[in-house]
Every structure is written in C-alpha cells, then in structure tokens.
Design a protein around this ligand. Sequence first.
Ligand code: FDA
Ligand code: NAD
Length: 454
Amino acid sequence: MGRAFVYVILGGGVAAGYAALEFVNRGLSNAQLCIISQEPVAPYERPALSKGFLLPEAPARLPSFHTCVGANQERLTPKWYKQHGNSFITYSYFLLILSSFSNIYFISFHSGIELILGTAVKSADVKRKTLLTATGETISYKILIVATGARALKLEEFGVTGSDAENVCYLRDIADANRLVDAIQSSPGGNAVVIGGGYIGMECAASLVINKINVTMVFPETHCMARLLTPKIATYYEEYYKSKGVDFIKGTVLQSLDFDSNGKVTAVNLRDGRKISVDMVVVGIGIRPNTGLFEGQLTLEKGGIKVNGKLQSSNSSVYAIGDVAAFPVKVFGEIRRLEHVDAARKSARHAVAAIMDGDKTGEFDYLPFFYSRVFTLSWQFYGDNVGEVVYFGDMPSGETFGAYWVSKGHLVGAFLEGGTKEEYEAIAKTTRLRPEIEDLGELERHGLGFAVTV
Ligand code: FDA
Ligand code: NAD
C-alpha cells in the first residue's frame, strides 16, 4: 500500500508547522503536501512545554499553542490543515483492493494538507524517494523535507540505569510533559532533583518552584548554562534561583538511583558520595538530532544533516530544517547546528521559499537568536559568544544588564536581561552589523547605549 505526494515533511514539530504555513502562503495547491509525525497531535510550539504547560494555574493546553502562534502568526489547528493547500485532485498510489489490479495510479478526491499523525517513519530510501512507515505504508515524494528534530539523551547513555521509573521525567514532547505534570501533582510540597544545568534544567527548576516543589539542581559544570553564559552572568541567575529556594550541587554527576518496592525512585546517589531523597527527578542532559534514517545516505556534519544555503542536503531532492540541520551560518562563516526555535521557524520558511521559488531565493542568512523566560526574568542573546566579554548595566541589582562579545576587533554577540522590545531589536541589529570595536573601554562606557545608537 502506498501514496505519493509532491512534498513530504518528515516530522511534525515546530519546523514542520512553519514550513506548512509557508507552503500555503506561497500558493500550495492540489493537495501536494503531506506531513508525517510520530506525535499524535498537529505541530505545536515546543517551548510552551517547559513554561506555560507546567503552570499550576490556567496551564497552557492544546489547541492554544499550535504553531505558528509563537511568531504571532496563524494558529494551525488540525482543521486548518484540512482546509488549506486545497484542491481538487491528487495522485494517490493505491493497492486497489476492489479490483484485481494492483499498484496502479489513480485519481482520488482529496483535499487539504495530509497530516499522518501518530506514525513513525521506520526507514527512508533517498534513491527511490520513498519512506516506509511503522504501519507498513510506503510514502513516495518528489521533494522531502527532513524535520525530525532531536531526542532527549537518556541517563542510560551515561551509565545510570532505571530512568524509565514513573517519577523520572524527561521533557521533549507532549507525552513527556503530561508525565511531568502527573509527577508534579503526585509530589505536593515534595523534593525534586533536576539533573542538568542547561535550558531544560533551568526552565523546569523554575516551573517546579512555582509548583511549590523543593528543588536541588545537579550538574557537572562550575556554573549553569555553561554553553552560553559566562560565569559572571550565570552567577546572577544562580543567586536569583537561590533566593527562590533552589539548591545547587555543582561539579558532580548522578551515579545511581535508589528504588522502592514499587519501582519508584526514592533517592539519587551522586558521584561525590552524596545521597538526596527525592519524590521526583527531572533530567535535561542534552539532545541528539534524529539523523538515524539517513546515515549512510546523506552527508552528516556537526551531528546533523549537512545542508547548503538553500537548506538542501547532499541529495538535491532532500532538504533539512530545524534542530536536525547543520547549515552555513554566514555571519560566522561556518557550518553550525542550532537547537533553538527561531532557527527552526526561519530555516523552515527559507527551505520552502527555495523549493517553490528556486534560484530567486538567495542563501539563508541567519543571525542566531536564543532566549528564555523564567520567573519574572527574561533574556535574549544574538550572535556568537566568542572572544572578549564587555559587561554593561547593574548586574547585582538585576533589572537590565547585559554583555557584548568582541572577537577579532568586531562585536559578534550580545546578551540582554530585562530589555524592552526596542532594546532587544537594537542589540539584534547591532550584532548583525558586526561593528568594528577599537576600544573595549569605550564600549563598556556606552553600554547598552552603544547598541541603541548604532
Ligand atoms: P521538533 O522536535 O520540534 O520536531 C521534530 C518532530 O519530528 C517531532 O514531532 C518528532 O516526533 C518527529 N519525528 C522524529 N523522528 C520521526 C520519525 N522517524 N517519524 C515520524 N516523526 C518523527 N527553543 C528556544 O529558542 N526557546 C525556548 O524557549 C525553547 N524552549 C524549549 C522547551 C522545550 C521543552 C524543548 C524540548 C525545546 C525548547 N526549545 C526552545 C527548542 C525548540 O523547541 C527546538 O529547537 C524546536 O522544537 C526544533 O524544531 P524541529 O521541528 O526541528 O524539531
Ligand atoms: P543543554 O545542552 O542545554 O544542557 C545539557 C546540560 O546537561 C548541561 O548544561 C550539563 O549541565 C548537563 N549534563 C551533561 N552531562 C551530564 C551528566 N552526565 N550528568 C548531569 N548533567 C549533565 O540541553 P537540555 O537542557 O537538555 O535542553 C535540550 C534541548 O532543548 C536543547 O536543544 C535546548 O536548546 C532546548 N531547549 C531550549 C530552550 C531555550 O532556548 N530557552 C529551553 C528548553 C529547551
């Protein structure tokens, strides 16, 4: 059994939703598009899962955060997919059961964008341009967009067993988020250990505190958010978290878990010898891009599928977008893979523009943008965190402060906590311009004013 489409998006996350909207805005017709996702729901804004979804009062629930509300665009509900990319006829490749003919092309009446949900793709053949689903269906395409995102790393990959216990939570998709909510509700006033000091760790720790759960964070580095923040900026956030009751245990990792007779985790044992009693554990120890279907078929780099400035892979019929794509970041002059929602949205739009408009579409020229919002804090970062750091603002008292990164005589990155919309726009614009910086002292004196007046 099989079906054929002109365009197939493999994966139904953030990038898939934004790609679908771009197809429709560019006049997709004739039910040419299919999205296949192993998740049971239409594409949604994944960032909501560690923020609004975990709130004790009026938590965010679908359909409120389907893509593309995160970029203040249309909300694409399942009905939207039925009603768009509309048309009259599509080619479908069927095994025609009622007749003795098989494998013939016939014309079926079908409309909208085909959403195949709750269905994993088990294998891909880029030479034959086919995907095989777990239900045994073969989907053929002319153009494939790979938007498979990433999976959360498991504790087992670091030699710790038992992470399938009901009170050990990861956070990547809706199923994980529901499980985390259940664990929170089963542990009122209880103790949680958060393993990992990255994005998931910091955002989940804040949500647990808001749910009145006592939190201890454990991570191997000397400060939180080590991939992005300097020790000085990280100290500000750690102090803020401490003021909310969060304990930090740094420079060590989880060694093992203790269980009760029902298989629930009762304590975590750290490599430094400490034991902490727990009601629940949240794990955020990084991700791996879902490239497995294409290993040996497409060129991989930096852990992702290597694409050019049109998001096209080493096979010209296959594009890759979002977390799984390693693309040329022009402002850095190198290939990078970015694990953030803005890159997913914009790479999706650019790939669709390149597919539908061909050579009229230029090279993807992306300025990396990361952000987070926890408690009443809110920061944005643009560019690259390399070179010398110049701080500005009044960090101990909080409110508004930030930093610039200067490399090889140019401003290449900017971070700002507590800015206004205009100030964030200013640091984004300035970072993109990469202004020459002759005197770091002068940059420090001007502080945020430098970006605002550039
Ligand atoms: P995404 O993971 O969104 O989607 C991939 C899809 O492919 C999933 O639906 C998956 O099931 C499907 N899939 C994979 N393999 C498949 C197969 N074989 N067959 C079928 N389907 C398959 N970023 C940011 O900038 N700010 C933020 O605040 C946050 N917050 C945040 C919170 C949480 C909890 C997470 C997990 C992540 C964030 N992020 C973020 C990161 C951001 O969400 C992430 O960069 C994007 O979701 C990436 O979009 P993609 O579409 O590439 O992957
Ligand atoms: P991460 O890469 O941000 O952080 C991983 C953390 O794991 C590290 O900081 C480290 O402290 C910790 N770690 C590594 N090995 C460990 C070990 N053996 N024991 C204990 N800790 C260990 O990854 P994440 O926090 O898991 O986030 C997953 C993905 O979700 C990332 O792609 C991230 O970009 C995305 N995300 C982004 C945001 C945002 O942009 N605001 C929010 C949530 C999630």
